[in-house]
Design a protein around this ligand. Structure first.
Ligand code: GRF
Length: 190
């Protein structure tokens, strides 16, 4: 069976691009749709160049109507990847995609997760706490946001001289290295 992925992204989308490229020419798995809640997100420029269909939706489309769910049906989506997506996925979607939604978080959960912990805030908190290491967590999404079962973690050192941006760069490297391959493994195990 061919597995079609939808990626949800709110921002730059460098992970989305990396995942799209990774599955390019894969006969079993493809990225069929990019969904964004931000009409001016840079990820939409990337998907245009890469030739991946994209749809923009509002908070109401996600939570109060079936608009987003309808896109998932229209594009026959089997699997969902959250890559820098800043909204909560409603229960209607988590219930329909049990074990089929994964998220990446740029810290070693449960550390530096939860409210307000997104983007550079995470890395600023890591630096402020003088953590000796940080990393990435790839986890399933269930109804309670950052609490889905952890699938994979990878670590990188934090030096005393590192700024939050330095940490962000190291964490992004880990994301590029591991996220597509872990997505592939999870899909193959379904
Ligand atoms: C990544 O660090 C991801 O872990 C986090 O948001 C960032 C998204 O970066 N949740 P990009 O949009 O993929 O470039």
């Amino acid at each position: 069976m061919h597995t079609k992925i939808a990626i949800f992204a709110s921002g730059s989308g460098s992970n989305a691009e990396n995942i799209i490229n990774y599955f390019n020419n894969n006969s079993q798995i493809s990225v069929a749709l990019l969904l964004s809640n931000k009409a001016d997100a840079y990820v939409l420029e990337r998907t245009k160049l890469l030739g991946v269909p994209a749809r923009v939706f509002s908070r109401a489309d996600l939570n109060d109507s079936s608009a987003v769910f309808d896109y998932l049906k229209e594009f026959e989506i089997d699997f969902i990847v959250l890559a820098g997506f800043l909204m909560r996925v409603p229960d209607s979607i988590t219930k329909a995609y049990v074990n089929r939604i994964v998220n990446i978080h740029p810290s070693l959960l449960p550390k530096f997760g939860g409210k307000g912990m997104f983007g550079l805030h995470v890395h600023e908190a890591v630096v402020a706490a003088a953590e000796p290491e940080t990393g990435i967590t790839i986890h399933y999404i269930n109804e309670r946001y950052d609490e889905g079962d952890i699938i994979f973690q990878a670590t990188c050192p934090v030096l005393a001289t590192d700024t939050a941006s330095d940490v962000a760069a190291k964490v992004h490297d880990l994301e590029y290295q591991h996220f597509p391959r872990i997505i592939e493994k999870v899909i193959q195990s379904l």
